[in-house]
Write a protein that binds this ligand. Structure first.
Ligand SMILES: Nc1ncnc2c1ncn2[C@@H]1O[C@H](COP(=O)(O)OP(=O)(O)O)[C@@H](O)[C@H]1O
Ligand SMILES: [Mg+2]
Length: 254
């Protein structure tokens, strides 16, 4: 699994500077969580790492090799998109044995061994709590939470080199969310995939992350372990973010 290095990345959309001169290193096998308010550039950053868009300036390196000119497929990354279609195949059902379906698709591209495919699908289905009743359904017939789980499953049946998750649990209700979070952690420990996880929820970031990057206006304001962020915020912005989180925790227990 690669180390990802971001070197002085800048990305503009017209007059908007979505990413400004951002540098960071994400370690091999790390679960790196990017947290920040709406429109601070989180999705843009993931799309840059995935290779869906190109930076205006700067470089992205995987294990020391510049990947700026490589396609997402060549980079061997997988991204679970935020909202709407989640990159599911609209015409395929969730899962059907021995045929093309959303969960078996990535595996069928790689192997013809149907038992191996069934075994791997069973594993993620169990892990992510995808009920077999929804196997015959197409994405349009699923709830938002079900779609999110299937999208995660599709990304994880064949572990990628780099996994990019864009607010992957935002449509699950709190209990399902807590459970899915635990399973993501377990799967991450098992697979050791370098993972960049985006959320606007600092509590979620603290629960999952090896390291957290607090993002603001296209930059990382602070990168550190959850403990470092909690105990030694480097700026007023991070301190305010942490105190809002503390208040929400207190509210939850009062
Ligand atoms: N394709 C695009 N065209 C124009 N502006 C965009 C595009 N994508 C993102 N932006 C702008 O870039 C900024 C960062 O957006 P985004 O990365 O989606 O933020 P986040 O995911 O943190 O909410 C926002 O101001 C957004 O409006
Ligand atoms: Mg976003």
């Amino acid at each position: 699994m690669p180390t990802i290095e971001l070197r002085r990345l800048t990305k503009r959309f017209g007059r908007t500077v979505a990413i400004r001169d951002l540098s960071a290193t994400i370690d091999d096998g790390e679960l790196f969580v990017v947290v920040g308010p709406t429109a601070c550039g989180k999705t843009t950053l993931l799309r840059l790492i995935a290779g869906l868009i190109r930076p205006d300036r700067g470089e992205i390196l995987f294990d020391g090799e510049v990947v700026n000119d490589l396609s997402p497929r060549e980079r061997r990354v997988r991204m679970v998109f935020q909202g709407r279609d989640y990159a599911l195949f609209p015409h395929l059902v969730v899962y059907k044995k021995q045929s093309w379906s959303n969960l078996s698709f990535p595996l069928k591209l790689h192997t013809k061994a149907t038992r191996e495919i069934a075994r791997r699908v069973r594993r993620v289905v169990r892990r992510l709590g995808i009920p077999s009743e929804i196997f015959p359904r197409r994405p349009a017939e699923l709830s938002e939470g079900q779609k999110q789980r299937v999208a995660l499953g599709k990304a994880l049946v064949l572990p990628p080199r780099v996994l990019l998750l864009d607010e992957p649990l935002s449509h699950l209700d709190p209990p399902a969310r807590a459970e899915a979070r635990r399973e993501i952690l377990k799967l991450h420990r098992e697979l050791g995939t370098t993972t960049v996880y985006v959320t606007h929820d600092l509590a979620e970031a603290f629960l999952l992350a090896d390291r957290v990057a607090v993002m603001r206006e296209g930059r990382f304001e602070q990168v550190g372990t959850p403990r470092e962020i909690r105990e030694r915020p480097v700026s007023r912005f991070v301190a305010d973010f942490v105190s809002a989180y503390r208040e929400s925790v207190l509210r939850a227990f009062s």
